[in-house]
Design a binder for this molecule. Structure first.
Ligand code: HEM
Length: 405
């Protein structure tokens, strides 16, 4: 055990709620840990200098406050940015997710229109086509893994099409998409670190080649970004934007689909009689929050929940816990698609970094889940579901199912 791990473990033994969350393994009831944070008040201090909050009001306040910003990137990423190095561009750390205005606003506005509702209305038939194709590919009468073959396949095909990437390269994209968990969690071993570095380097080379050689008249966001490069954004920024959209668009929506299908396969009575899955998806977003937490850092000395917070202090915003805050949600630990406050969850964040793909994820999920149960109302789970090995993400990596008729 490394010294760092040993320290963390000793904090766990001392009952430090933050350490327990960072130490926790998939399979444990994370909400038990989150409730311990909540029990300590709006803001819990960890021995490791981090602040944690399970409060909906406080998460929202920090996300929308100018006093806090995304956690700063490391020295090596800053160096690569300064030199314009395009051999390794990190899809999260080097993307606009980590930037402050005005650069954040400028880069976000280059891609945001693609995800506006009007565009998505046009995308509706495309989503239906992709979902139909993925359903046709599922094997009848034998056990199939619903995560790989459906929950991953649908968002992967969708984001590939939006970017203008060939669907034949889906297996390679799947490996990159699955990278999101290790990027958000941080590598735990030298082997994991090496693997993420290799995948990031491979993804960088791929997008660099695409941006340099794409036909400017072709459909898709990559052609649009290539046209705007270098006047509006440099090559590094363009590569990072592509990477962020790919891993962000795929690695999260997969878990929304997987988690919802798993719930509805175990509890068929939750499937809506009128066939409209909108409320079920909204409740799944709240109850089974795919991105469990995000981190913000105090930009200067400030105050939070009546307490002094020094510049540079990280605050872990437990979105999954905020989504079960009894101050906002009645019977928060109950999956209830009929609840009165369905849209108040913080699953897509809030403020200037609010998820750009929220409407797309919702549209994909409603169509994919509804169409699945229309086609396979008798589908049955036929083996143990495998939990995703991640702290920051909540989802499944395996869900064996027999489709039936
Ligand atoms: C269920 C699916 C999804 C979930 C739960 C989710 C969650 C989130 C969250 C929590 C944030 C805010 C992060 C922060 O404040 O630090 C975020 C930002 C973002 N998401 Fe999503 N996301 C989903 C789907 C998508 C899709 C489909 C796309 C792209 C097509 C996407 C692209 C982005 C981007 C680009 C940002 C950064 C926005 C900015 O910094 O201005 N996400 N997402």
């Amino acid at each position: 055990m490394s010294l760092e791990k040993a320290r963390l473990f000793s904090d766990v033994l001392r009952g430090d709620p933050g350490a327990r969350i960072l130490w926790s393994r998939p399979g444990v009831d994370r909400h038990r840990q989150y409730e311990k944070v909540r029990a300590r008040g709006a803001l819990a201090t960890s021995r490791r200098g981090l602040l944690f909050t399970a409060s909906h009001a406080l998460c929202h306040q920090v996300l929308t406050s100018g006093d806090f910003g995304p956690a700063p990137i490391g020295a090596s990423a800053r160096r690569r940015n300064a030199t314009g190095d395009t051999t390794r561009v990190h899809p999260v750390d080097d993307s606009f997710l980590k930037l402050e205005p005005p650069r954040h606003t400028e880069l976000r506005s280059l891609v945001a229109p693609t995800f506006h509702r009007r565009e998505l209305t046009d995308l509706g038939p495309r989503i239906e086509k992709i979902v139909g194709n993925c359903l046709n590919e599922l094997p009848h009468g034998q056990v199939t893994d619903l995560i790989t073959n459906y929950a991953e396949a649908v968002p992967m095909a969708m984001i590939s099409e939006i970017l203008g990437l060939p669907s034949t390269e889906a297996p390679r994209f799947a490996a990159w998409g699955n990278l999101l968990a290790s990027l958000l969690d941080g590598a735990r071993t030298a082997q994991e670190r090496e693997r993420s570095r290799a995948l990031v380097t491979e993804m960088t080379a791929y997008f660099k080649d695409r941006l340099n050689h794409v036909d400017p008249q072709s459909a898709g966001l990559i052609a649009g970004l290539a046209q705007q490069c270098p006047a509006q954004l440099n090559l590094r920024e363009a590569i990072a934007t592509c990477g962020m959209l790919l891993v962000g668009g795929f690695g999260t929506t997969t878990h929304l689909l997987g988690n919802t299908l798993y719930t509805l396969l175990r509890q068929p009575d939750l499937r809506p009689a009128d066939g409209d899955y909108t409320a079920v998806i909204e409740e799944s977003l709240r109850y089974d929050t795919p991105v469990q937490y995000v981190v913000r850092v105090a930009k200067a000395d400030t105050r939070l929940a009546g307490r002094a917070v020094t510049a540079g202090t990280p605050v872990v915003l437990l979105l999954a816990a905020a989504n079960r805050d009894p101050e906002i949600f009645t019977d928060p630990h109950v999956f209830d698609p009929g609840r009165r406050e369905p849209h108040r969850h913080l699953t897509f964040g809030a403020g200037i970094h609010f998820c750009i793909g929220a409407a797309l994820a919702r549209a994909e999920a409603v169509t994919a889940v509804q169409s699945f149960f229309e086609r396979y109302p008798n589908a049955q789970i036929s083996g143990k579901a495998g939990l995703l090995q991640s702290r920051a993400l909540h989802g499944l990596r395996r869900l064996p199912v027999v489709l039936g008729t």
